[in-house]
Ligand binder design. Structure first.
Ligand code: PLP
Length: 499
């Protein structure tokens, strides 16, 4: 009765194969041996539905990727049971012999993946995620209320780089520290490096953060280093989005110029959800950076590390040190550039007119469309994207564009010719959105959604949506999905489809 439709293939994790409760197992412990599908069909069904969604749609969210079977196995392993506060060889708990070996291996691979000299660089692999890694890094580098500068959120920066609004200090990075955003040059939409220099002259930051969540260009770390040095400031790169491309040599390396580098491990790096903090060990002005970073992670900001996740990071980093990784990173960028070229050939406007990494920022304002409407329509047809501010947006509440990334579809084996099909789906989505907007009779999102999802006499938008949805689905289901036996995947209960 329990069809295990979409569970990852477990062939190589015999330790997690079903072991039976014995005759003497007390009732309260029997559940410990029951597989998920049987113990909790409700959660299993939700996982099945999500698996079906990932299989049937096109994942274009620039911060997402599809992690490997081996990473999912590690992440779902028995290592989740172990407490190991502290660092290898210096724990607050016993029984950490193998966990120590794991964490040391993970550290070694992290340095290898980014071609770092262990005499100059160290790494902490314990951060639970990107945001916690960043807060720990700020805790290590700054005293409370010290000044930092980061790329402004509307210009592509991340919340954790000091974001605040006129009314509110929005994140810990602006609550516990002072911050000032820098921005883009309105003419080129590249980072306004001259502006950073003149702002820094006045503001005198202790820390300059580079890195972004929505910036399609590579970074000039050397220039930022010069600016930081003028004021005795630290330079930190948060390469969360591009770390897979840095490991693959497709984007320039922040390690050449920065004191600290943080990253998530689940974006282009294609690992489990976690973070890393790299720190220089040989800085004249901060010889104790290693100690400061390690103490900031634990005990200042976190408790026990997630060892199952650290195992997932380690196996991911092994992949990122292989020659095949370079080819993956190259293809991610090629695919993004192909989508950019296709959209430009239809005369659409892209921020910076193109891309050097895995993402494209599409400015919809010349079309009279908002990012929210296109995101909504794309959701309905099975293309997952997100609305995003574009340079010069009047209001952060009404983002004028969308962000598109190619890391996940590249992990589903798509090459240039395939992403041209994806670009055409996007082109059609925009054309349909324009039809729907007309038929909605108002500019309201709810009217737009109504005409997109309900059939009405004499209106063609709904039919076009249905048609595109069918095509997107059929196309998406031609591709594999890591960790899932798609050939035997069946539509789970609770999914309604008209075909
Ligand atoms: C995604 C991202 C983060 C935050 O990562 P989480 O794992 O979501 O906490 C931090 N910085 C940048 C630049 C990011 O893109």
């Amino acid at each position: 009765m329990f069809r295990l439709l979409s569970r990852p293939i477990r062939a190589s994790t015999p330790s997690l194969r079903r072991a039976m409760a014995s005759a003497t197992t007390p009732d309260y412990n029997k559940v410990l041996y029951t597989p998920l599908a049987q113990a909790d069909p409700e959660v299993q069904n939700i996982i099945d539905k999500e698996t079906w969604r990932q299989f049937s749609g096109l994942e274009l969210i620039a911060s997402e990727n599809l992690t490997s079977l081996s990473t999912m196995e590690a992440n779902g392993s028995i290592l989740t049971n172990k407490y190991s506060e502290g660092l290898p060889g210096a724990r607050y708990y016993g029984g950490n012999e193998w966990v120590d070996e794991l964490e040391v291996l993970c550290q070694k691979r992290a340095l290898q993946a980014f071609h770092l000299d262990p005499a100059k660089w160290g790494v902490n692999v314990q951060p639970y995620s990107g945001s916690t890694a960043n807060f720990a890094a700020l805790t290590a580098l700054l005293s409370p209320q010290d000044r930092l500068m980061g790329l402004g959120l509307p210009d592509g920066g991340h919340l954790t780089h000091g974001y605040y609004t006129a009314k509110k200090k929005m994140t810990a990075s602006s609550i516990y520290f002072q911050s000032l955003p820098y921005g883009l040059d309105p003419a080129t939409q590249h980072i306004d490096y001259k502006g950073v220099a003149s702002q820094a002259k006045i503001y005198k930051p202790r820390l300059i953060i580079c890195g972004a969540s929505a910036y399609p260009r590579d970074w000039d770390y050397k220039t930022l280093r010069t600016i930081a040095d003028e004021h005795g400031a630290f330079l930190m790169s948060d390469m969360a989005h591009i770390s897979g491309l840095v490991a693959g040599g497709e984007n320039s390396s922040p390690f050449d110029y920065c004191d600290v580098v943080t990253t998530t491990t689940h974006k282009t790096l294609r690992g489990p959800r976690a973070g890393l903090i790299f720190f220089r060990k040989d800085l004249e002005h901060a010889k104790d950076l290693e100690k400061r970073v390690n103490e900031a992670v634990f005990p200042a900001c976190q408790g026990g590390p997630h060892n199952n996740t650290i195992a997932g990071i380690a196996t991911t980093l092994l992949q990122a040190t292989q020659p095949t990784w370079k080819a993956y990173a190259k293809q991610v960028v090629k695919n993004a550039q192909t989508i950019a070229q296709e959209l430009v050939s239809h005369n659409y406007k892209l921020q910076t007119s193109g891309t050097e990494n895995h993402l494209v920022l599409w400015d919809l304002r010349p079309l009279g469309l908002t990012g929210s409407k296109l995101e909504k329509l794309c959701d309905i047809v099975g293309i997952t994207i997100n609305k995003n501010a574009v340079s010069g947006d009047a209001s952060a509440q009404v983002p004028g564009g969308i962000r598109i990334g190619t890391a996940a579809i590249t992990s589903r084996d798509m090459l240039e010719a395939d992403v041209k099909v994806v670009a055409d789906f996007l082109h059609r989505s925009v054309q349909i959105a324009l039809v729907l907007q007309k038929e909605a009779g108002s500019k309201l999102l709810k009217d737009f959604v109504r005409v997109a999802t309900t059939e009405q006499e004499g209106k063609e938008g709904y039919k076009l949506v249905q048609e595109l949805r069918r095509e997107v689905r059929a196309f998406a289901r031609k591709w594999p999905l890591p960790g899932v036996d798609v050939a035997n995947l069946k539509k789970p209960a609770g999914i309604e489809e008209d075909d």
